[in-house]
Design a protein around this ligand. Structure first.
Ligand code: SF4
Length: 297
């Protein structure tokens, strides 16, 4: 059964689609545009847009710019970025995802209230991740970040806790951490648990598990820095140990392409469809007898 199928449910989420469309629209109009940080955690897609004129800058470079236009990507930014833009007459093209903006607002509201009641604001997420930086910025950097259940010793269980999550973390991991914290609360202190995981990621889990089970070999393509890529790939691996993570369509190891197998190609919310198609085409060049499922295109 020589067959390649691309998972039609994989690919950009609406937040990333909006940011990329915005960038392309601006580049077509003006030829070049600054973008604060990688527009998406996918180097190959970043390179494609850079060829069109996108200039990726970091926060240090951003501080030095004046009188220019800068795109903010879907991950969102802390309030300090908006302040710098105001001071330096930078026009922001804000493509922050509405889901992330909603979460920032919620955290900020809790932070303002917290000033009077000493509640700990806790974010389950990756330290240094762009979205997490934007979230802790809502609390004047005072929120406590926990990356895993091993980090919960940082918390004071005798004081109230408001627990949030980075939008792309695993739902399972977040609920587990929440339950462990709840069991440790003391002296009447309360845990308020806010499920802030984006369903664009968590809803893909059952689908990707089914997809992984259907095939003999899974090739999952995502950028090295993609958080949801790590989550979704680990779900594939759980259901199909014969799953491989690659970062570019050219990374396919011919040794894994045995004869007479069914191959599934899938990816993260930061993986464009064109990259999954390029993976399928590269496989069929290496194995010309492979049949790419028509439904895939
Ligand atoms: S994963 Fe969700 S929160 Fe993140 S950019 Fe996509 S839609 Fe927005």
């Amino acid at each position: 059964m020589n067959k390649i199928e691309i998972d039609k449910e994989s690919g950009f989420c609406f937040g990333v689609v909006k940011a990329i469309n915005k960038a392309e629209e601006e580049l077509q109009k003006n030829g070049s545009l600054y973008c604060l940080g990688d527009i998406v955690h996918n180097n190959v897609e970043v390179e494609r847009l850079e060829k069109m004129g996108l200039i990726t800058i970091n926060h240090e470079q951003f501080k030095k710019l004046k009188n220019v236009r800068v795109l903010l990507r879907a991950h969102g930014e802390p309030p300090s970025t908006y302040e710098i833009a105001k001071q330096n007459n930078i026009e922001l093209i804000d493509a922050s995802c509405p889901v992330v903006l909603g979460l920032q607002k919620k955290i900020n509201k809790k932070y303002v209230r917290r000033e009077s009641d000493d509640t700990q604001i806790v974010i389950y997420g990756k330290k240094g991740h762009a979205e997490v930086n934007g979230l802790i910025g809502q609390t004047e950097e005072s929120a406590i970040i926990i990356e895993s259940k091993d980090d919960i010793e940082k918390l004071d269980f005798t004081r109230d806790i408001n627990l949030f999550s980075q939008t792309t973390k695993s739902l399972e991991g977040f609920f587990e951490v929440g339950e462990i914290i709840r069991a440790r609360m003391q002296n009447g202190a309360k845990l308020e648990f806010f499920d802030s995981i984006c369903r664009q990621v968590s809803n893909r889990v059952p689908n990707i598990q089914e997809f992984a089970k259907k095939h003999d070999l899974i090739i999952f393509i995502a950028g090295e820095k993609s958080s949801n890529g790590k989550v979704l790939f680990s779900e594939c691996k759980k259901k199909n140990p014969n799953s491989y993570l690659i970062h570019s369509p050219d990374d396919i190891d011919p040794a894994i392409l045995r004869d007479d197998i069914s191959i599934g190609v899938c990816g993260a919310t930061s993986t464009p469809m064109w990259q999954m198609q390029a993976v399928a085409e590269n496989i069929s060049k290496l194995k010309p007898e492979m049949n790419i499922s028509k439904a895939a295109f």
